[in-house]
Each structure stands twice: as structure tokens, then as C-alpha cells.
Design a protein. Structure first.
Length: 143
């Protein structure tokens, strides 16, 4: 059973980000929008996937490109990792508690553009982190 839930929709202000999104705050200050929450038991156990659009993320460093985020810096993986951990410990944990869910894994993903779950987009930059919840804390798991 795969269940897709969109939470508290708001409309993004950019043409390429049309649809329902929920803006969330992260420590870096980069713009991050919750696009969907997927509950997935196809791995053989319940996984909760929190999918975010973070338009400023990039595979490239500051010096190689002119796209920037909060504070004029490109948001590479290293800069985004702390935001992903923060979202696990805030948005994901609160959502799971509110809905009385106990997944074996929580996956936080960032994409620089909306990408349909299960489909590839060679142009998209995507970052993923996996966590298990233990005593109300997010513990990073090598993915």
C-alpha cells in the first residue's frame, strides 16, 4: 500500500512551482517547500517520505555557477544536510506524532524542482537522507 498525502496546501508564486506547497523554515534560511508526504510499505515495512522542493540546491559549488540561496551562497549537499536533519526533527517528527505513525524509516528529500515520485529527471538535483526515529530523535542512517 502506498499512500500519498498533501498537507496544508498553499500556492507557490513561481510558474515552475505551480501547485500545492507548504513553505517551511530551515536553519540555513534557504527557501524550502513541502511538496508531499508519502507513506510507503513497499520496502516491506512502513517508510515515511517527506518530499521538499528547495530551488537553490545544486551539485556545484559557489564558484562554478551564479545561482544562489540565502546569504548569497549556493546550497550544495553539505549546506543542505543540516536543514534536512532539522526537518526530520521538526516537520517529520511532529507529523508522525500527530498521525500516530511509527515508520521504520523517515526519508527527507530535497529537489531543485518538482519531480514525480518514482520517476527520473536527469536535469533535477536531488538530495536524500534517511533517519530512524529513536526516543523522539532522528538518527541518521547511511542511505
Amino acid at each position: 500500500m502506498t499512500l500519498s498525502l498533501v498537507v496544508l496546501p498553499v500556492h507557490a508564486d513561481e510558474a515552475n512551482l505551480s501547485g500545492a506547497f507548504v513553505p517551511v523554515s530551515v536553519p540555513s534560511g534557504q527557501r524550502v517547500l513541502l511538496s508531499e508526504v508519502l507513506l510507503d510499505d513497499s520496502p516491506g515495512e512502513l517508510w515515511a517520505r517527506f518530499r521538499f522542493v528547495a530551488p537553490e540546491i545544486s551539485r556545484q559549488s559557489d564558484a562554478t555557477d551564479d545561482a544562489t540561496a540565502a546569504g548569497g551562497r549556493r546550497m550544495d549537499y553539505e549546506r543542505s544536510a543540516a536543514d534536512m536533519e532539522h526537518l526530520c526533527g521538526s516537520v517529520a517528527r511532529d507529523y508522525l506524532r500527530e498521525h500516530a505513525l511509527s515508520p521504520s524509516m523517515v526519508v527527507i528529500s530535497f529537489s531543485d524542482r518538482p519531480v514525480e515520485f518514482g520517476f527520473q529527471d536527469a536535469e533535477a538535483t536531488q538530495f536524500f537522507e534517511a533517519y530512524r526515529l529513536e526516543k523522539d530523535r532522528c538518527i541518521w542512517e547511511a542511505f
